[in-house]
Ligand binder design. Sequence first.
Ligand SMILES: Cc1cc2nc3c(=O)[nH]c(=O)nc-3n(C[C@H](O)[C@H](O)[C@H](O)COP(=O)(O)O)c2cc1C
Length: 243
Amino acid sequence: MTTVLHLDASARPGRAGTHAHGSHTRALTHRFVERWRAARPGDTVIVRDVGQTPPAHVSSDWVAAAFTPRADRTTAQRRRLAESDALIDELRRADVLVLGVPMYNFGPPAAFKAWIDQIVRIGETFAYEPARADSPYVPLLADRPRRTVLLSARGGDGFDAGGEMAHMNHLDPAVATALGFLGIDGLAHIAVEHQEHGGEALAKSVAQAQARVDALVDRWLHLEASQAPSAGEHEDRAIAACA
Ligand SMILES: Cc1cc2nc3c(=O)[nH]c(=O)nc-3n(C[C@H](O)[C@H](O)[C@H](O)COP(=O)(O)O)c2cc1C
C-alpha cells in the first residue's frame, strides 16, 4: 500500500472551478489526489492543510529543545516539539508528497515556510557530522517520500524556468532546496499562471496544468505498479527512517 501526503497552503479554503474565488492550487492537489484514489482506492491519503491551520513559527524555546539531545529533553521541551514530531512523522510515512503552494510576494506563503521550519530538524530529518570530509550535512529522508510534486499558482506569468520572470521566482527554488537538503530530490513542478489576468490566458493555463497533472499521475501510477517494493523492503525503509 502506498501513502500519499496531500498538503495545501493556500489561504483560500475553496477550490477554483468549484467555489467562488476558490484556490487554483487546491484545485490541482484535489485533481491529483482524486485521480490517484480512483486508480488505487486502497491507498492511504494523509491531508495536511497548513493554509487553514498554519504550524507554529519557530521560537527560542523550540530551537533550544531541538538542539537538546533527545534523552535530556524536559517534558516542556518534548511538548514544544510535538507538532514538529507529528509533521515529520507524516513526511516519513509518505511515499508520494503532493504540495499545493501558491506564490505570495515571489515566495511561499508564511504558513508553508512555517511547515518547512518544523520539518527541517537536526537529528531527525538531517544530521550534522563535522568529521565528514565532503559535507557535514547528512540528509536523513533520502528515500522518503519517493515522489514529490509542487503544484503552484501565480497571479502573473513567465515564472517558469526560462521565462521573463524566472529570476523573481523564489518559491520553486526555495522548496527544492529545503527538501533537497533532507534528501527529497527530483521535485516535479506544475503551475497555473495568469490568475490575475483571467480570461482566455487563465483558462489556457489551467487546462495545461490539469493535463500535466493527469499525465504525471498516470506516469507515477505506472511506476508504482511496476516498481512496487516488497513488504520486506517497505519495512527496511521504515526502520531506517526511524533509526
Ligand atoms: C498575499 C498575496 C501575494 C501574492 N503575490 C504574488 C506574486 O508575488 N506574484 C504573482 O504572480 N502572484 C501573486 N499573488 C497572486 C497569487 O499567486 C494567485 O492569486 C494564486 O492563484 C494564489 O493561489 P491559490 O489560487 O491557490 O490561492 C499573490 C496573492 C496574494 C494573496
